[in-house]
Design a protein around this ligand. Structure first.
Ligand code: WAQ
Ligand code: MG
Ligand code: MG
Ligand code: MG
Length: 237
């Protein structure tokens, strides 16, 4: 028996509910209480301050509904400046056959305050995510191996998300910049690898986002969004 456990934490900010963090796991029954503990403490003592609300949702899942996939290969490209990092990203996009790579980058670096990702049609350069403020959130994924999730591990969590995302038939690439002001390493993923680029923004910058590159010839947008949101995926390293 396996369970999906999801945590989200928020703060009160002038009566507004401000999201400060979230995390999730897919675990065996034996690990369930430990994971609830780790996620609760992660939510309560978040790096963006103490939470006012922590919501933990537990769902039993059917093993037959889970697909198992191998993590993308990873490599790192070291750069000294954000400008250099963005040039590396542009060249990688060009090498993937993306003609309007500069437009992909403009969209990425101007994104802020979205909870989910932009889905960009690579033929028309139209946004496909429907809710343009929120974007599409990829969820229902985890690693096969046990790990300590009481603190955020940017790299591991992003690799898990990218592995699930790039396994969608029609998603051929992803670019990402963290919205955390102290985390300047971002990445580009394609069907084969997850390429870390060590500087894509200046320290202190609160902007960040994700753009998924969608090829409409490979699958419908409905199937693609349904897969990203709902398919249970376990990633093997
Ligand atoms: N699904 C879709 N989009 C998301 C999700 C999600 N589950 N979570 C976050 N986003 C979008 C949203 O627009 C955020 O503002 C943006 O991505 C960045 O999210 O190898 O920390 O959680 O070291 O800040 C990269 C690690 C870390 C690079 C990325 O993203 C490396 C990171 P954050
Ligand atoms: Mg976040
Ligand atoms: Mg995240
Ligand atoms: Mg963040």
């Amino acid at each position: 028996m396996k369970y999906s456990v999801k945590m989200r934490a928020s703060k009160n900010n002038n009566k507004e509910n401000l999201h400060i963090g979230g995390a999730e796991s897919i675990v065996d029954e034996d690990d369930l209480l430990n994971i609830i503990n780790s996620l609760a403490s992660r939510g309560l003592n978040h790096s963006r301050g103490q939470a006012d609300f922590v919501n933990i949702k537990i769902n039993k899942v059917r093993e037959d509904d889970i697909i198992n996939i191998r993590a993308l290969e990873t490599r790192t490209i070291e750069v000294d400046t954000k400008e250099e990092g963005l040039v590396v990203m542009e060249k990688l996009l060009n090498s993937m056959g993306i003609e309007k790579s500069q437009r992909v980058i403009d969209l990425l670096i101007n994104t802020k305050n979205m909870r989910g990702a932009i889905i960009l049609n690579i033929l028309t350069m139209e946004r496909m995510e429907g809710d343009l403020d929120k974007g599409v959130r990829v969820t229902n994924m985890d690693y096969a191996s046990r790990r300590d999730i009481s603190n955020k591990n940017h790299f591991k969590e992003a690799l898990c998300l990218a592995t699930k995302t790039l396994n969608a038939k029609a998603i051929i690439g992803e670019v990402c910049i963290s919205d955390d002001p102290d985390y300047v390493t971002g990445y580009l993923a394609n069907k084969k690898e997850y390429i870390r680029i060590t500087k894509l923004k200046e320290r202190g910058d609160l902007n960040g986002g994700r753009v998924f590159l969608y090829d409409p010839r490979l699958d419908t947008i409905e199937n693609t969004i349904d897969y990203l949101k709902n398919q249970l995926v376990i990633v093997h390293e």
